[in-house]
Design a protein around this ligand. Sequence first.
Ligand code: PEP
Ligand code: MG
Length: 324
Amino acid sequence: LARNLDHLAGLPAETSDGHRVRLWVNTGLMADVVRSLERGAEGVGLYRTEVPFLLRDRFPSEEEQREIYREQLQAFAPRPVTMRTLDIGGDKALAYFPIEETNPFLGWRGIRVTLDHPEIFLGQVRAMMKASLGLDNLRIMLPMISGVGEVDAARVLVERAHRELLDEGYEVALPPLGIMIEVPSAVYQARELAERVDFISVGSNDLTQYLLAVDRNNSRVANIYHALHPAVLRALQEVVTAGREANTKVGICGELAGDPGGALLLMAMGYDVLSMNATNLPRVKAALRAVRKADADHLLQQVLVMDNADEIEETVEEYLKGLG
Ligand code: PEP
Ligand code: MG
């Protein structure tokens, strides 16, 4: 799988027996966009809006945001672009909006911040919807959802922003609304959450961190941060099952989707959309195209009964070696 993979850009992301998944990309900077399109990305599963906020020394105005978002939407149109509302806090701090906490990953993060500051949230979603005028490829996604109340509150704001824009004469469509599943409570309420939204997307980076209680950025505990830990795999399987039962589209946008072995397991679990860093896309596509769906299903069944992460990692590693 290490050979030159440029020729894959125009080929479909499907197994050798024709099971198709969608390979999308995670973006933040405009530089990501060019690479993504070159590699044949079919959409954006996660545009991290905090990136342009992190590059400034003050909050960008609604008009500045509109211009930045327009560039993203336009570059990918007609492909869908999933814009996540501001996910600051945790390890992502804005110099001009300091958050001092002893336990930031369990503190004021993501949707918690923007629901407490509706003016930030409204400005963002207004800018997104204005930017989508005439393109209609926008999807809005909420980070760090831990219960249904946050979804309901955010929806009220999105609908309010949409009504305001119509009143102001912008003929914009109300975009699909989705959430990230990245907090353990959301795994256990995946069904109820999925019923409330148009799509769900697993943030496996945070979900792994919170399920295993292992800081994703702490090198001292990096050896016990296992995205293929049996508990994580079980959670991933439960989420996709719950989403499908609710008839809601289910994707994943954490690093695991960009790992060839992880991607095979996720495909076998039933994930429709795998969103990853553009760098990993060709490798993942090559792995998917090299397997039969039934073989990936078999690998999944094999690892789902294993009780330790090292054994799972070795098994997946061996399997990939076997693909050549
Ligand atoms: C995640 O948590 O997996 C995710 C995709 O979001 P971020 O890495 O931006 O926290
Ligand atoms: Mg996250």
